[in-house]
Design a protein around this ligand. Structure first.
Ligand code: PEP
Ligand code: MG
Length: 538
C-alpha cells in the first residue's frame, strides 16, 4: 500500500479506481515538411471536417435552443471560409514549408490580434471566434490530441490541477473524489467539490500517470490517498463511512426546525450554491435560503456569454425552486481562477489582484446590464436579492447603483414586471471595503462578508497557492478583526450582515460569529444541519 499525504479540501471518503487527468495538449511546434502538396491536402481535409461539424452544430442548436443561439455557428462557418484566413494558412505552408498545425496557430494569433485592436466592440469579440475556429481545425487535424475528456466509470480523479471549468464539464456521477497537486482550501475547485459533496484533497506531491487505473481510497477528512489499500485500511475507512452516515442521520432530525439560539435569537442559515442543480442539495439539507449563488458558473465551459433570456430562465428557476425564501444571486465574479476565453481578457501576472468581478462588469457594461436585466426580471417570480462582488470603493457602488437604476427604468418603460423592493447588497471581501464599511453600509441593504478573498487580501496569501497554505489562515486575528469592524458598521447603519466565505462553516467559530452579532451564515449545503445544531446550543 502506498499512502500519499496532502491537505484536506472537501470532507468525505471515497473508494474507487483512479483516473489520471492529463493537462492541456502540448504546444504546437514549427516543423519543416518535405511534401508541401500533401500538407495542403491535410489542411483542406481538416478544414472540410470543421465546416461539416459547424453545419451539424448549427442544425442541432437551432432545433434545441432556437435560431438566435445557433447563429454563432453560422458566423463561425463564414469565418472559416474567409479567403484571407485560408490564404494566410496556405501561404505559410507553401512559403515556409511549415506544418499545417503551425500555419493555423500563427494565422489564428495574427487574425485575433487584428480583431482585438479594432475599435468596434462587435469586431473585438470576433478575436475569440478566430481562436475557436482555428482550434476546431487543429482538432480535426489531430483528433487523438484533443480527445474530449470522457470519464466512463465513476473514478477518483487525480491531476496536477483541475480548473472549475473542467469540473463543470464532467458528468457529476463519474467523480468519486478529487486529488490534485495544486490548489487551495478556498479555491473554487475546492468550493465546487464541497458543494457537490465530493471528497477532495490537494497538495498531493507524487501523484502521476503511473497511478492510473489503480484502486484507491481517498480520505477527504485527512487529505490522504491510499493506493492499493490493505485490508485493515479498507476496514477502517468503511467503518468511518458508516459512522458518518449515522451522524448525518442524527442531524437530519433537525430538519424543519428554526435556527434559533437558546436565548431566542434567529439566525438565517443559508446555502452557497454554484449551479441551479445544487438547489436540490440545499433544499434537502433544509437551507432557509440561498446566501450566495455564484452566477459566474453559468458563464464557464462555453463559447459565449449566456443571453439575457438564458440567465432569466436560470434565475427564475432558482427563485421559484426556493419558493419565496431569500435567493441572493451574486453578479458575475469572473477572473482569477475562473477564466472564460470569450471575454478575451489579457493574461495577468497577478490575476487575483487584476481585472476580475465588478471591475470587468464596469468595463463591459453591456454584459453587466444583460445580467442585471435578467436578475430584476426574475425578481418578479420569487425573493431574489442582488449582490455585487469585489467592491473597493464608494464610486464603484455609486456606478453600479446608477446602472441598476437605468435597468429598472428600462424595465418599467418596457412594462416588464420586477420586484421594486429587491434587496441590493455587496460582498465585503477586500480590506478596502472593510475600512470604508461605515460609508458603504449607508448605500446598500446588506453586507455579506467574503472571507475567502478577505483572507487572501488581508494576509497577502494567494488562496490558490498550495505551497503557502500555512500563511493562508482565515482565523488570523487580523481577519477576525476585519469581520468585527464590518459587523459593527452594518449594525450601526441598521442593515443586516452575513458571512458567506468558507469560514462561515467553521464550527469552532460559530459562537464567535453569534457574539459579534452576525445575522446570517451561508455555507455549503452539507454544513447547514451541523451549524443549526451549534446555534441551537448557544
Ligand atoms: C469569498 O471570497 O469569500 C466568497 C464567498 O466568494 P468566492 O469564494 O466566490 O470568491
Ligand atoms: Mg470572493
Amino acid at each position: 500500500m502506498l499512502v500519499i499525504e496532502g491537505t484536506r479540501m472537501s470532507d468525505g471518503i471515497s473508494f474507487g479506481a483512479i483516473y489520471f487527468l492529463k493537462n492541456k495538449p502540448a504546444t504546437i511546434e514549427h516543423k519543416k515538411i518535405s511534401d508541401i502538396e500533401k500538407e495542403l491536402v491535410r489542411f483542406e481535409a481538416a478544414h472540410e471536417t470543421a465546416c461539416l461539424q459547424l453545419e451539424d452544430l448549427y442544425k442541432e442548436t437551432k432545433e434545441t435552443l432556437g435560431e438566435e443561439n445557433a447563429s454563432i455557428f453560422d458566423i463561425h462557418k463564414l469565418m472559416l471560409k474567409d479567403i484571407d484566413y485560408i490564404e494566410s494558412i496556405t501561404n505559410i505552408i507553401k512559403n515556409q514549408a511549415a506544418n499545417a498545425e503551425y500555419a493555423i496557430a500563427v494565422t489564428a494569433k495574427n487574425f485575433s490580434e487584428i480583431f482585438s485592436c479594432m475599435d468596434d466592440d462587435y469586431m473585438k469579440e470576433r478575436a475569440i471566434d478566430v481562436k475557436d475556429i482555428s482550434e476546431r481545425i487543429q482538432k480535426a487535424l489531430n483528433p487523438e490530441h484533443y480527445k474530449p475528456i470522457e470519464i466512463n466509470a465513476p473514478s477518483i480523479i487525480i491531476a496536477d490541477d483541475i480548473t472549475p471549468g473542467e469540473i463543470v464539464g464532467f458528468e457529476k456521477s463519474m467523480i468519486l473524489g478529487i486529488a490534485t497537486v495544486k490548489g487551495g482550501a478556498t479555491s473554487h475547485t475546492a468550493i465546487l467539490a464541497r458543494s457537490q459533496a465530493i471528497p477532495a484533497a490537494f497538495g498531493m506531491q507524487g501523484i502521476g500517470e503511473e497511478l492510473d487505473g489503480k484502486f484507491a481510497v481517498l480520505d477527504g477528512f485527512s487529505g490522504k490517498l491510499y493506493i492499493d489499500p490493505d485490508e485493515a485500511t479498507k476496514k477502517e475507512m468503511k467503518a468511518r463511512v458508516d459512522e458518518n452516515c449515522k451522524k448525518r442521520e442524527l442531524l437530519s432530525q433537525l430538519k424543519g426546525l428554526p435556527t434559533i439560539t437558546a436565548d431566542g435569537r434567529k439566525i438565517n442559515l443559508y446555502a452557497n450554491i454554484n449551479h441551479i442543480s445544487d438547489i436540490d442539495e440545499a433544499v434537502n439539507n433544509d437551507a432557509e435560503g440561498i446566501g450566495l449563488f455564484r452566477s459566474e458558473f453559468l458563464y464557464l465551459d462555453r463559447k459565449s456569454a449566456p443571453s439575457e433570456e438564458e440567465q432569466f430562465i436560470a434565475y427564475k428557476k432558482a427563485a421559484e425552486r426556493m419558493g419565496g425564501k431569500k435567493t441572493i444571486i451574486r453578479t458575475l465574479d469572473i477572473g482569477a481562477d475562473k477564466q472564460v476565453d470569450y471575454f478575451n481578457l489579457p493574461n495577468e501576472e497577478n490575476p487575483a489582484m487584476g481585472l476580475r468581478a465588478i471591475r470587468i462588469c464596469l468595463t463591459k457594461p453591456e454584459i453587466f446590464k444583460t445580467q442585471l436585466r435578467a436578475l430584476y426580471r426574475a425578481s418578479a417570480f420569487g425573493n431574489i436579492a442582488v449582490m455585487i462582488p469585489m467592491i473597493i470603493s464608494v464610486q464603484e457602488v455609486e456606478e453600479v447603483l446608477r446602472i441598476v437604476k437605468e435597468v429598472k427604468s428600462d424595465l418599467r418603460s418596457e412594462k416588464i414586471p420586477f420586484d421594486e423592493k429587491t434587496e441590493f447588497g455587496i460582498m465585503v471581501e477586500t480590506p478596502a471595503a472593510v475600512m470604508i464599511s461605515e460609508t458603504l453600509a449607508k448605500m446598500v441593504d446588506f453586507f455579506s462578508i467574503g472571507t475567502n478573498d478577505l483572507t487572501q487580501y488581508t494576509l497577502a496569501a494567494d488562496r490558490q497557492n498550495s505551497s503557502i497554505s500555512s500563511f493562508y489562515d482565515a482565523k488570523h486575528p487580523a481577519v477576525l478583526k476585519m469581520i468585527e469592524l464590518t459587523v459593527k458598521s452594518a449594525r450601526d447603519a441598521g442593515i443586516w450582515v452575513g458571512i458567506c466565505g468558507e469560514i462561515a462553516a467553521d464550527l469552532e467559530l460559530t459562537e464567535t460569529f453569534l457574539k459579534l452579532g452576525v445575522d446570517e451564515l451561508s455555507v455549503s449545503p452539507r454544513m447547514i444541519l451541523p451549524i443549526r445544531e451549534k446555534v441551537m446550543l448557544f
